[in-house]
Design a protein around this ligand. Sequence first.
Ligand SMILES: Nc1ncnc2c1ncn2[C@@H]1O[C@H](COP(=O)(O)OP(=O)(O)O)[C@@H](O)[C@H]1O
Ligand SMILES: [Mg+2]
Length: 426
Amino acid sequence: MNLTKAQAEIALDRHRFRVLCCGRRFGKTTLAIDTIKGRAALANSRVCYIAPTYQQARDIAWTQLKSDCQQAASSINESRLEIKLVNNSLIVLRGWESIETLRGQQFDLIVLDEVAMMRNFWLNWQEVIRPTLTDTKGEALFISTPKGFNHFYDLYNLQDTDSDYKSYHFSTYENPHIPYEEIEKAKRELSSDRFAQEYMADFKKTEGLVYKEFDRTKHLFKEMEENEVERIAGVDFGFTNPCAIPTIVRDHADCYWITEEFYETGKTDIEVAEYVAAKGFNRVYPDPEAPAAIAELRKKGVNVREVVKGKDSIKNGIDKVRELLKAGKLKVHVSCRNTIMEFETYSYPDRKPDHNEQENPIDENNHMMDAIRYAITMTSASRNAAYVHYASSNMPRNNLDPLHAGAPVDIFKEKPKTAYVHIPRL
Ligand SMILES: Nc1ncnc2c1ncn2[C@@H]1O[C@H](COP(=O)(O)OP(=O)(O)O)[C@@H](O)[C@H]1O
Ligand SMILES: [Mg+2]
């Protein structure tokens, strides 16, 4: 098969890490398969193709690769999705959900198809995939249609700061095998943003975003401009999913500055507690559904505060965070890559025109979002409650009892009982 002009341009590029951002049906998978076969034709090569799921790897790439490699194959393992060639090259297909199985292996080339769909991308790239390319000085080809400003957006921009990276951007129109009329039809049927993302491969804000008001130009900071009043944290525990802990600094104007993030998988409760204790937070708000992990925090002397989860707590918490964003009172340090990613991807379930306000967001890309919500809602709740605060009074309680009003009380004889009275704060 001949590559299209756009595909050929990418195929000829010699950068170690190539990032290809292009529209649906551009010919991404076709290029991926061609690239894999090209590399595997060199003897003793180890090549890996990764799709978002095992099923996708099998449905999309496996059938094609298997038939293309029929002649050159010495063995084909159907269940492991592995093809061994007579020239001693190996082609391995994997789903992102079992990416861990690549740990400790080595590859000359890895092709990642539909990267924007891969969850916890940076963690797995850095901890699992990147090391498999180190000894071999292997290459990677990242291919995707964009999905909001998520990790694929950052990956696409890496060429600005790292000369190993080169990015390409093509729309579906660049595939001459797709009838022009088909694309025009999609243009009429989809919203303009959706069409721009899916076919023009432009980065657009995800539809149904929870924190629509989050804006890099308004909410990111490099240097904190105000004095610190206190330092708090929320904790969303996780082992397979990341454990997320923002360091949140509150200033005099009740502005919250997220100065640092902890976002790691595979950490034990003890390791997490050690991190939190070392940070010396004034108060910490952990997810109440993890009593064992909370017990570890307490053992390390952390000032653990209660997080109350109720019927509308997610919705109310989101409202609170949105208010702060709108008022420009929640800021994120530019280094907090995962926090920014979650703000830019945390979304409600797919388009329901009569979007029900009560509905909760999709349960993904929400680890840091939950941790921030715990800390901010519980802190601001207690601060609002402080408009009425409680102080003890030495007045005999009887004097406060209307039934006995006027009845004489010998305060010298009767030990005064402490009463609590509300003292409004001005
Ligand atoms: N170089 C090519 N020559 C012929 N047909 C191609 C070529 N590249 C892509 N196509 C066709 O275009 C369609 C979309 O290609 P595919 O690789 O599945 O796109 P994507 O992965 O971007 O959605 C498929 O029908 C495929 O056969
Ligand atoms: Mg594809």
